[in-house]
Design a protein around this ligand. Structure first.
Ligand code: M6R
Length: 613
């Protein structure tokens, strides 16, 4: 999705802004732009395409000002073009605005502004914002020191929808006004320099001291000061947070791509996520959220709600929650859940999973659930993200920044965290599942080294990828908990290799999909549950009979004569197998995409965090 960067300080702004945009490329975008104040006017350069093109444009060297804003746009209203790219200026060229989010009432506001004599050049919803600011600025008292702030505030009060904005003006050249509602925005401080961004990695290289704006916040940012206000322009205090991610965590290090780096970071991400929650013979430590037995005893149903990969985590952990807590669990896609009026009440627990903590549908689902009195827990990877402000309780994975659009380390960390949460619920409820919990705890501690074993054998996956990368269709099948890995593997392959694939519960094949099986179609089977092994094998034999070739991911003894392509993963408790079985399948998607010469980190049409509906 769109990205915002802003800078005010003693240095030349444009290199800092461009650098920030490069760090935000992972969010996905189709055009980029920058505006700085040069002498008495706003200079704006924008183009369709990559930030690199902006960086290499000849005009970029004419920007010498030390205050500016910049943006990467992911088209919503109006096609990708330099005219539609941000920053947008008002028709008098007094203000420049970068905006993330969607202004739902832009047509109505545009009509009002046209009647007031303003003109528009783009097809965007954003262009109403600088014009509204100019309109209100012209109505304020010329001697008022807060004229700019007041004008931006009045404009934002007219906006319906979601926004994070940063605004500069040639009329007040010493400040940037920023504001947010339902779209993230952060402000980094370092002495007499201030950095604005929609995402922490954009500015982490400059400072770890960061304010995370709350919904409804508006702030006046000058070189030496920051003052926060609420929407009534009452001053509010915001706490400075010290972000522990280091800048290197958002660099590729020795890896060719972020995705490969993040796949290899999984042992560490899992270890960090386990943290101190599991220690010898003690109940899982969730003292950070203090969920009581009384709280849990009231819960009669759990919904796990999320999108994409995070939703697949729900499918993987549903059987674990049901087994350990005896509470029925339903897994739902957030964009469906929010509109389907699910039966929820004060006895329902909603667990929303979101790596970014900014996914619009997931946040809306959580808000809806709260309005219907449900209890809510957010699982996220990003400190202070929007979802954390809505949920009753927040639990963090400690995967570090995930930059590649295709989620990898967030997925495995989320499974680990939720498995521990299920154990914690069981222990808190005194359900006496000691033996299974003890097994899970000790096996969980071994997961990082088992992931490493798989990573060491990645050449086998690479070799198989070379055989199949030209295929048009693939199938992933599994039973029970292996179906979660099949779903996630299919999504990974689609996202980054653009090969069509489907996932099915193995037993479903003969109810329709087997009609698609013909000579040389590849079917990837995931077989980790010993109880279901024979059934899964016979399902796969049925596709072999119809000409398919198979690739098997397993930790069971499988006949090599029937299945010549087998990738072995370490043995593990069946509940923990999704964390291991997905690793070779992440690698498969990666190597297939690389064979096709594709950009694995920034697949077409996709954004890292989907902050609009
Ligand atoms: O940030 P979130 O976890 O809420 O994101 C949810 C999905 O958009 C995300 O998992 C998406 O499916 C990934 N691109 C999958 O790799």
């Amino acid at each position: 999705m769109c990205g915002i960067v802003g800078y005010i300080g003693c240095k030349k702004a444009s290199p800092i802004l461009i650098n920030g945009l490069l760090k935000l490329e992972y969010r996905g975008y189709d055009s980029a732009g920058i505006a700085t104040i040069e002498n008495d006017k706003i200079c704006c350069i924008k183009n369709k395409g990559r930030v690199k093109e902006l960086q290499n444009s000849k005009d970029i060297n004419t920007l010498n000002g030390n205050i500016g804003i910049a943006h990467t746009r992911w088209a919503t209203h109006g096609k990708p073009s330099s005219t539609n790219a941000h920053p947008h200026l008002d028709s008098h060229k007094n203000f420049a605005v970068v905006h993330n989010g969607i202004i739902e009432n832009h047509n109505e506001l545009k009509k009002f502004l046209l009647d007031a004599g303003y003109t528009f050049s783009s097809e965007t919803d954003t262009e109403v914002i600088p014009n509204l600011i100019d309109y209100y600025y012209s109505k304020e008292d010329v001697a008022d020191k807060e004229r700019f702030l007041k004008a931006v505030n009045k404009a934002t009060l007219d906006l319906k929808g979601s926004f994070a904005i940063a605004v500069i003006s040639k009329l007040e050249k010493d400040k940037i006004i920023i504001a947010r509602k339902d779209s993230p925005l952060v402000l980094g401080v370092k002495d007499d320099e201030k950095y604005i961004a929609s995402d922490i990695p954009a500015i982490l290289e400059y400072t770890n001291d960061i304010y995370i704006l709350k919904d409804g916040d508006i702030a006046e940012v000058t070189q030496n000061d920051v003052v926060f206000y609420d929407k009534n322009l009452e001053k509010v205090r915001r706490e400075l947070e010290s972000i522990t991610w280091d800048a290197k965590a958002s660099d590729k290090g020795n890896f060719e791509d972020f995705m490969m780096k993040e796949i290899h970071e999984q042992p560490e991400a899992i270890r960090e996520t386990i943290g101190i929650r599991i220690t010898d013979n003690k109940p899982c430590d969730f003292s950070d959220i203090n969920i009581t037995k009384e709280y849990l005893s009231e819960i009669s149903k759990i919904y796990i709600v999320a999108c994409g990969t995070a939703m697949h985590v729900g499918v993987a952990v549903k059987p674990i929650f049901e087994k350990l807590t005896n509470i029925p669990v339903e897994v739902d896609i957030a964009s469906e859940f929010r509109y389907r009026e699910p039966l929820i009440n004060e006895n329902t627990l909603i667990i929303c999973i979101s790596q970014s903590g900014e996914t619009a549908d997931t946040i809306a689902a959580l808000k809806n659930a709260k309005e219907n009195y449900a209890k809510t827990i957010a699982i996220t990877n990003v400190t202070g993200s929007s979802i954390t402000r809505e949920a009753d309780f927040t639990l963090y994975t400690h995967a570090g920044p995930e930059i590649a659009v295709a989620s990898t380390k967030a997925y495995t960390s989320q499974i680990v965290l939720l498995t521990m949460l299920a154990m914690h619920f069981s222990e808190t409820l005194d359900l006496h599942k000691d033996e299974i919990i003890q097994n899970l705890k000790s096996e969980m501690m071994e997961l990082p080294s088992k992931v490493n074993i798989i990573l060491e054998n990645s050449d086998e996956i690479k070799a198989f990828a070379k055989k199949i990368y030209k295929e048009k269709d693939l199938f992933f099948v599994g039973r029970g908990i292996d179906y979660a890995a099949a779903m996630e593997a299919s999504l990974k392959l689609k996202e980054i290799s653009y090969i069509h694939s489907d996932s099915y519960q193995s037993g479903e094949l003969k109810h329709g999909p087997i009609a698609l099986i013909e000579d040389d179609v590849t079917v990837v089977g995931i077989l980790t549950d010993r109880r279901l092994l024979d059934k899964s094998i016979s399902n796969l034999q049925e596709v072999i009979t119809r000409g398919a070739k198979t690739f098997i991911i397993t930790n069971q003894d499988i006949d090599k004569k029937i299945f010549p392509n087998i990738f072995n993963i370490p043995k593990v408790h069946p509940f923990l197998s999704p964390t291991l079985s997905i690793i070779p399948l992440q690698l498969l998607a990666y190597y297939v995409a690389k064979e096709k010469g594709l950009d694995v980190d920034k697949p077409r049409n996709l954004a890292k965090s989907v902050t609009v509906e």
